[in-house]
Design a binder for this molecule. Structure first.
Ligand SMILES: Nc1ncnc2c1ncn2[C@@H]1O[C@H](COP(=O)(O)OP(=O)(O)OP(=O)(O)O)[C@@H](O)[C@H]1O
Length: 297
């Protein structure tokens, strides 16, 4: 019999995981899986459960929670030879990876989708020793979001990130950047650097509209140190999904990046605090098998 593990974080989003567990198990059982439920209690649990699922040769792992739980689950799968196919039931405030994969935002619909889902190999990224699914951001805006409390996130959703970020525009602090990529090197002063794997960042799906979940590429946007007036133009380009054409933004696609700065920047990795610079970043192309809608191209 096929084996499936449900990794559920009862604290994610509006704390609804327990409400949906039975429906997930019912769908898995109807698909011929013998299901096991693993509830997370603390940080690191989802990674440990996912590692066990690989070692015990499970066929599927369903991650039910927010991007934090999903990131931990993917980290558990990333280095294993046998990888169960990953199902995603989004319960978080943002759910960027699920958005990028066109997985329904309504938990009931995401659960139903598993019934006749296709399997697709998708990219993930590695920054130093940590895995990521969506984006690395560097600069004042990126660091400001570390201050968003869990309560604020639950109440305000994706907006909380944006508000915190844009508060820092008035304290515009540029930094020097050295970015080595596949085709060469970019050096200069920047205000914000975004290295996106997918098109959905902070719940906003226009940052890198051209980014595909399996293109093997990082889409790098360096917002140069320009005047506030020009920064407003960047924000407009961003809203239109045209950042790559903005003259105040350097746009580079690459599968590897070495990022350094003389300033002690802290990377924002998928919305959370990551390593200090320097960073070595690579795309692991088509690395994780994921259940997606059978209408998803
Ligand atoms: N039972 C638990 N109670 C509290 N925290 C937990 C529990 N289980 C896991 N965690 C921690 O909660 C973190 C955040 O979870 P997750 O990202 O899924 O929810 P969220 O923060 O509501 O969603 P989002 O990231 O979309 O804002 C996880 O990375 C994990 O470390």
């Amino acid at each position: 019999m096929k084996k499936a593990m449900l990794i559920a974080n009862p604290s994610s989003g509006k704390e609804e995981a327990r409400k949906y567990m039975d429906s997930v198990m019912e769908v898995l059982s109807s698909l011929g899986y013998e299901g096991t439920v693993c509830e997370t209690v603390k940080e690191g649990d989802a990674t440990r459960f996912a590692e066990q699922a690989c070692e015990k040769k499970y066929d599927a792992v369903v991650s039910m929670g927010g991007d934090g739980t999903l990131n931990e689950t993917i980290s558990g799968l990333a280095e294993k030879d046998h990888k169960p196919t990953l199902g995603i039931i989004p319960l978080g405030t943002v759910n960027d990876f699920a958005r990028a994969l066109s997985i329904p935002m309504e938990p009931e619909e995401a659960i139903e989708m598993l019934r006749d889902a296709d399997k697709r190999m998708v990219d993930i990224g590695k920054v130093n020793d940590q895995y990521f699914m969506n984006i690395i951001a560097l600069g004042g805006i990126a660091e400001a979001t570390f201050g968003v409390s869990v309560e604020q996130k639950t109440k305000l959703g994706p907006l909380a990130y944006m508000i915190e970020g844009f508060k820092t525009i008035k304290e515009k602090e540029p930094f020097d950047v050295k970015l080595k990529h596949e085709q060469g090197e970019w050096e200069g002063e920047a205000f914000l650097v975004l290295l996106a794997l997918t098109n959905s960042v902070g719940g906003f799906e226009k940052i890198a509209p051209q980014a595909k979940v399996n293109d093997g590429k990082l889409h790098c946007f360096i917002v140069k140190n320009v005047s506030i007036v020009k920064l407003v133009s960047v924000v407009t380009s961003l809203a239109k999904g045209e950042m790559e054409e903005d003259e105040n933004v350097e746009y580079i696609t690459t599968s590897e990046v070495e990022f350094s700065s003389s300033k002690d920047l802290i990377a924002n990795v998928d919305g959370d605090e990551g390593d200090h610079v320097p960073l070595a970043i690579q795309v692991l192309e088509r690395h994780i098998p994921v259940f997606v809608s059978n209408t998803n191209q």
